[in-house]
Unconditional design. Structure first.
Length: 245
């Protein structure tokens, strides 16, 4: 039994690492798509796309994943991708929004619906949960190696045109109007800041605690959605317990 237990523990850690890596790749794929869509799909002519590609390389993202994300934005290969948003409720009635990039809406809708059903959640109609989120620009700057006080960082963010800032032990989160994100990003970069994140995203107005008896189902939903190549981003309003794995 001890050998079986050891194998189970190792496999469990590997699965957790794979899931974490999948979420990182998913986020980078979304950033690649958006950078290529907003500008030139050739990184030589698109500074923002070059930054995201550098982040992809740092995360050891396979080249085929990078190329696929850019191809979706440029329409290479003849495939036409559409942006589709699904809204639903995770176990515990928690709001979840799913942003997908797909060349087959029927396939994607069926897969997303199946993920919610498997986890004990349900899809809702358009507008059923989106009102619980605010669309904002989000810029994150890591504290590590940054010689700036919180007050100085706040002043620089406001001078750049930001609306608000939150500070934690490891990073600064700067919030902007969606149409001001690029300008604030460029202004902060011109001051020498290295940005960890610069995106327009959906931020929940409030977070809801995931009931302890629903944690595994909630995580299963997020993991199944993350594993779907069509899913580009997941916006969730859940707050997992501190001891959740």
């Amino acid at each position: 039994m001890s050998g079986h237990s050891k194998w189970h523990n190792i496999q469990g850690r590997k699965n957790a690492q794979d899931a974490k890596r999948g979420k990182i790749f998913q986020k980078i794929s979304r950033d690649l798509y958006q950078a290529a869509k907003a500008g030139d799909p050739d990184p030589a002519n698109n500074a923002q796309l070059r930054l995201v590609i550098d982040k992809a390389h740092a995360a050891n993202m396979p080249k085929k994943n990078i190329d696929r994300a850019i191809a979706k934005a440029s329409g290479a290969g003849g495939a036409k991708f559409e942006e589709v948003t699904y809204e639903g409720y995770a176990p515990g009635g928690i709001a979840v929004m799913v942003f997908a990039l797909t060349d087959n809406k029927n396939r994607t809708a069926a897969a997303v619906r199946s993920a919610f059903t498997h986890a004990g959640g349900s899809l809702g109609a358009s507008g059923s949960v989106s009102y619980m989120f605010d669309r904002k620009g989000l810029i994150e700057i890591l504290r590590d190696g940054l010689d700036k006080s919180e007050d100085d960082m706040l002043m620089d963010a406001l001078d750049a045109g930001a609306d608000d800032m939150k500070a934690s032990d490891d990073k600064f989160q700067i919030f902007t109007a969606p149409n001001q994100m690029a300008a604030v990003r460029d202004a902060l970069q011109s001051k020498g800041y290295e940005l960890d994140t610069a995106e327009v995203t959906m931020i929940p107005q409030n977070r809801t605690a995931v009931p302890e008896d629903k944690v595994k189902q909630y995580q299963h939903l997020i993991d199944e959605l993350t594993a779907n190549d069509d899913v580009a981003d997941i916006y969730e309003a859940g707050q997992l317990p501190d001891d959740a794995e």
